[in-house]
Each structure stands twice: as structure tokens, then as C-alpha cells.
Design a protein. Structure first.
Length: 495
């Protein structure tokens, strides 16, 4: 079994394409097959090296390794042209000497389309291209004289194209509904359907898993396989991914929401996003949602792919909800439950990017670093939260949430004197642990005649800038005696 992912390098890696890659990879790994990567870079005006790098980096980020050397479709153009000429020699294709200007004329195209529709409705022959039945001798003579020509597949006037799709079932289309396909343009440029078939034949592809938008192409490609005398692979077409308004999710309309790079750069855990992508249009028999890579491989099957489109439920009007809320939930679950040593590697990269990383977090303060992650990760949704909401744990420069300041500090003017006094008590606490910090705070609250909750809420905002977070006494312990006392005194100035 040999499968391939064949993206065009004409922009960032779309999450729909990433899902296609994932399903191919899972199926190959499930059945002990081979997963290949082919870059379809024949659109020279739009294909870029940057896009190719984005594709490779995206696959690497998702943990999808390919098994053989990457193939660039443009390198095979001569083979594609040779295949088209081979079909001419075999009488299965013909040269179309129609002048290029006439072929491109909109009126001519419309006339041809109308004639095809009328022919389909009446059952009459619409293959009226004057060059279809040109003798080989005249065709060769005109080509030898340098007359430009396109190459068309000679589609049978009668018959039926059929195949069994692993997702959508039996598919059929009358030959009379399919035009004589252009295989080569008059400039010698191979067209998509020919190039795809030739490359799949050369790469010995046995199974093609791709988007539903390719479903109509499949009938045309099967005709090319048959004309070349090659075995036809098995096909499985994936449901579309739609926006909340049920429109097709597209780069043009939905921008960065559909870019895989967006999720990497905004702090998604690769395993979490891979898990989320897998459930966009597929589900395991047991409906389990949180699945490791090994579990995805074990449970994946083509029978679990849905026919109905998947919906990516991002909020189109609220920029604060820029992604599917289930994706955020799943990412938070991974952050909350994954082994802390694995999380530490990712958080280190985030802290380094934010200028918060300190070498001692890897050496003398390694235990403190991992314990801090264990405590603070419970409320975080992305890795960015560690350098955002969690910034106060790794440095003294952090922002205060305005609502938290108003609610927890400025509502009680007495805190202007009480917080520095609490700081003095904290400095004298021995030993400095979460238990002794709690005892100190509660004792001083009794002495000052205030509720302990006043100090707890004020201290949380003073030490972290936030109104919510872990147990306040764990916060004292993690931030330390000196920094805790200093921040309590500094916060008094905000009142």
C-alpha cells in the first residue's frame, strides 16, 4: 500500500490540506504502508520555495514523517509530455490544431459548453472537434511543420466511468458528459489531470485519499489511467471543512484562521492540534475524543470518515475567539494532562521567544520550574499563556489586569497600609512554605480585623496581575519570599 500527500506550494499549509495529509499518514501507518510527499509545483507563477518550506515544517510540526525522497512534480514534466505523445501514437489521444486565440475566446467556450449540455440532454454526439478523427499522417505532417497544437484525450462516445469511493460509495458518470480532456496545452505545458496520473503511476500509488472537491476529477483521471494501461488506485474522498455559516473554508475569505502556521505560532501543542484535525470529519468507533498518536493510528479507518461536511466553529465576529472553541478546549486538556517533562520543552521555547527564559531553569532550578508548570498550567489554553498570564512567575515585569486591580485592590483603601504590613510579615515567615504563608496571612487578617479573602484576592493581583489562578499560598511559595514582599509593597501604590 502506497499513499501520497500532494500539495501545491502556493501559500501557507491550509488546515484542510493538513487534515488530508494526516488521514493519508494514519492510513499508511495503520496498515503498514508507505506515506509519500509530492510537491505539485507546476504553477510556476504562484509556487514559491517559502510555501514548500511551510508545507514541510507543518508536516514536521504535526509529527507526520514521509518515507521516501520528496518528489517535485515540475521535475517530471518531460515524462508527462512523453505520455501524452505516447497516447497519440496509440490512437487514444489526438492533436488539436485549433488556433489558440479561438480556443481562448469566451464566445467559443460558451458555444462549446452549450453544445455539450444540449448533447447530454438529447443523447446526441457532441464530439465535433474537426481534428478528432484527423489521419495520423496529416496530424504528423502538420506537427512536423511546426503548427501549434494541444493534445486531447479521445474519450469514447459511449460508455460509463465507474468507481467505488471508500467514503461516498458507488460513483458513475456517462462518457457523453465528459469532454475530450486537454492533456497538453499548445505551449507543451502538461495539465493537472495528466500530471497527477503520470506521477501516481510512477510513484506506484495504490490508494488516493483527498478532498471531496476532487471527486469529479476522478472520472477524468480514471480515463487517463485506462488509456495508459495502468491499474487504477482505490479512492477515498474527504468531506469539506466549512465555516460556521456553512461556506467552504478558504484562504481568501478566512485568512489566518485556515493556516496551520497560525496554530503553531499561537501556542497550540502539536499533539493536540493533530488530535483535533483527526476529528474534523472522522470519529473512532468508541467516540473517544482525546487520542494519542498511537491511538489514532490504532483506531483510524476509512469507514469512520463522515460523508457530511465538517464545520470549523470559529467566531467570525469576535476576534477574541479566533479559532474553534473545541480546538482550544482540547489544547487546554493536553496542556493540563501531558507529562510535565514534555510540556517543559515547549514552555522553554515559548519563554525563550518572550525573553523570559533563565539558564538555571534547566539546572539548579529545574525542580522549581517543573513544579511551577504543574501548578499554573491548570487554567491555561495555549503555550502563549505561559508568557502571558503566567509571565509573573518568570519575571518581575508583567501587566496588571485592570478589572482585577479595581476589584481586588482599589475597592478597599485600607490595603494601602495593610499590604506593606503583610509584606513585612511575609518577610519574617520561617520556614517559607505554602503552609506557613497561609498561617501568616490568616493570622494577620485576624489581627487587622478583616476577612482573609481580602488579603488572598489582593495578594493574587499584587503578585501575578490577575484575579484568578492557583491557590494563593502556592503562588507565594513559587514566587518566593523576596519577590512576594516586594510586589505586595509595589501594589500598595496602585491604591
Amino acid at each position: 500500500m502506497r499513499l501520497r500527500f500532494a500539495p501545491s506550494p502556493t501559500g501557507y499549509l491550509h488546515i484542510g490540506a493538513a487534515r488530508t495529509a494526516l488521514f493519508n499518514w494514519l492510513y499508511a501507518r495503520k496498515l503498514g504502508g508507505t506515506f509519500l510527499l509530492r510537491i505539485e509545483d507546476t504553477d510556476t507563477q504562484r509556487s514559491t520555495d517559502e510555501s514548500t518550506r511551510s508545507i514541510i515544517e507543518g508536516l514536521h510540526w504535526l509529527g507526520l514523517d514521509y518515507d521516501e525522497e520528496m518528489v517535485f512534480q515540475s521535475a517530471n514534466a518531460d515524462k508527462h509530455r512523453a505520455a501524452a505523445l505516447q497516447l497519440i501514437d496509440a490512437g487514444k489521444a489526438y492533436r488539436d490544431f485549433t488556433p489558440k486565440a479561438e480556443r481562448a475566446d469566451a464566445n467559443v467556450k460558451q458555444e462549446i459548453a452549450e453544445r455539450a449540455r444540449a448533447a447530454s440532454a438529447t443523447g446526441t454526439d457532441h464530439r465535433s472537434n474537426p481534428f478528432r478523427d484527423l489521419s495520423s499522417q496529416e496530424s504528423n505532417t502538420r506537427a512536423a511543420a511546426g503548427e501549434p497544437f494541444a493534445v486531447r484525450l479521445k474519450v469514447a462516445r459511449e460508455g460509463l466511468s465507474t468507481f467505488e469511493d471508500a467514503v461516498y460509495g458507488a460513483q458513475e458518470r456517462e462518457h457523453s458528459e465528459i469532454e475530450d480532456l486537454v492533456l497538453l496545452r499548445s505551449d507543451g505545458h502538461p495539465l493537472y489531470n495528466l500530471s497527477v496520473v503520470c506521477d501516481d503511476i510512477e510513484m506506484r500509488i495504490t490508494d488516493v485519499i483527498r478532498g471531496q472537491d476532487h471527486l469529479t476529477n476522478t472520472h477524468k483521471q480514471i480515463l487517463i489511467y485506462e488509456a495508459l494501461g495502468a491499474p487504477v488506485p482505490r479512492f477515498a474522498h474527504l468531506p469539506l471543512i466549512l465555516a460556521p455559516n456553512k461556506a467552504k473554508l478558504s484562504k481568501r475569505k478566512h485568512g489566518e484562521v485556515v493556516s496551520l502556521t497560525t496554530y503553531r505560532d499561537r501556542g497550540f501543542v502539536p499533539a493536540a492540534f493533530r488530535n483535533f484535525l483527526a476529528l474534523l470529519g472522522w470519529s473512532p468507533d468508541d467516540e473517544q475524543e482525546l487520542l494519542s498518536r498511537e491511538q489514532l493510528v490504532e483506531k483510524f479507518s476509512l469507514s469512520g470518515i463522515h460523508r457530511a461536511p465538517a464545520v470549523f466553529n470559529f467566531n467570525e465576529t469576535d476576534a477574541r475567539q479566533w479559532t474553534d472553541q473545541k480546538a482550544l478546549w482540547m489544547n487546554a486538556e493536553y496542556i493540563r494532562t501531558m507529562p510535565v517533562a514534555e510540556l517543559a520543552v515547549m514552555v522553554r521555547a515559548e519563554l525563550e521567544a518572550a525573553g523570559l527564559w533563565k539558564p538555571e531553569y534547566e539546572t539548579t532550578r529545574r525542580a522549581w520550574f517543573e513544579r511551577s508548570l504543574e501548578v499554573i498550567r491548570q487554567r491555561f489554553h495555549t503555550l502563549k499563556d505561559f508568557s502571558g498570564q503566567g509571565r509573573a512567575y518568570f519575571g518581575d515585569e508583567f501587566e496588571f489586569d485592570d478589572a482585577a486591580v479595581k476589584k481586588n485592590l482599589q475597592k478597599e483603601p485600607r490595603l494601602r497600609e495593610l499590604l506593606p504590613a503583610l509584606a513585612a510579615r511575609i518577610e519574617q515567615t520561617e520556614p517559607f512554605t505554602l503552609e506557613t504563608c497561609e498561617a501568616t496571612l490568616r493570622a494577620y487578617a485576624d489581627e487587622a480585623g478583616v476577612k482573609a479573602g481580602l488579603f488572598i484576592n489582593a495578594a493574587r493581583t499584587a503578585l501575578t496581575g490577575q484575579s484568578v489562578g492557583p491557590s494563593m499560598f502556592e503562588v507565594f511559595d513559587l514566587i518566593g519570599r523576596e519577590a512576594s514582599a516586594r510586589r505586595l509593597r509595589d501594589a500598595a501604590r496602585l491604591i
